[in-house]
Design a protein around this ligand. Structure first.
Ligand code: ADP
Length: 217
């Protein structure tokens, strides 16, 4: 199965995708994670994207597409993948269409107030990128990753001002992609969250049930 997981910043895409990876043995390509790893390691790619990522602006399409092509080439043939954070523009979607077949869209519908609440208290593991929330998805030990023992930090683009910009960009540039995929008659699995404390497992279990109905899991 090749899937795209869509949703606004803070809608839970990364959290669900990593759980689907463990449950379905599928590869996850999270473009934001790849950029953050490159930023941290101060690679040439990291230097190129730094100012965009820190300001919450989209990285230019040519850089994203180049990186995506290289990463997709590494997906083992027998494995499917979930794209998290990509495509974000029509240009990216068109290029993707030329390289791979997408089977399903996993769409997260989350009201803005939940997103704002969540992002303010989100923490990320410095070593493995696992996502926590100091209010709703706490690590067992404060500030320490359950999975690898790494220390947790707050993303520099999770500040209220940058979050506002990221939400606006999602509305303006990324959400039109949903129409694009609807026109192509791709199946959609829509998860609607209405409460702050919905456990990720609940959402993921429903997604897997729906994927089974489509013969994709
Ligand atoms: P979120 O969905 O929480 O905003 P991501 O981790 O997916 O965060 O992305 C973080 C940042 O990385 C974005 O704000 C943007 O600067 C950059 N980025 C990630 N993926 C893309 C993409 N496909 N196109 C352009 N920029 C991207």
């Amino acid at each position: 199965m090749n899937a795209i997981i869509f949703g606004a910043p803070g809608s839970g895409k990364g959290t669900y995708a990593s759980r689907l990876r463990s449950r379905l043995g599928i590869d996850v390509i999270a473009t934001g994670d790849i950029f953050r790893e490159n930023l941290k390691a101060e690679t040439p790619l990291g230097k190129k994207v730094k100012s965009y990522v820190e300001k919450g602006l989209l990285v230019p399409d040519d850089i994203v597409i180049n990186m995506l092509k290289r990463r997709l080439a590494k997906v083992p043939k027998e494995k499917g993948f979930i794209l998290d954070g990509c495509p974000r523009t029509i240009e990216q979607a068109k290029t993707l269409e030329d390289i791979v077949k997408i089977d399903v869209i996993l769409l997260q519908m989350v009201p803005d107030w939940i997103i704002v609440e969540r992002l303010g208290s989100r923490r990320i593991c410095k070593s493995c990128g696992a996502v926590y929330n100091v209010r709703f998805l706490k690590p067992k030990v404060d500030g320490v990753c359950d999975k690898c023992g790494g220390s947790l930090y707050q993303r520099s683009d999770d500040t209220p001002e940058v979050v506002k910009r990221r939400l606006q960009i999602y509305q303006d540039q990324t959400s039109p992609l949903l129409q694009y995929y609807k026109k192509r008659n791709l199946p959609f699995i829509v998860s609607s969250i209405t409460a702050l404390d919905t456990p990720p497992e609940t959402v993921v279990n429903t997604m897997i049930d729906e994927l089974k109905k489509l013969n994709l899991a």
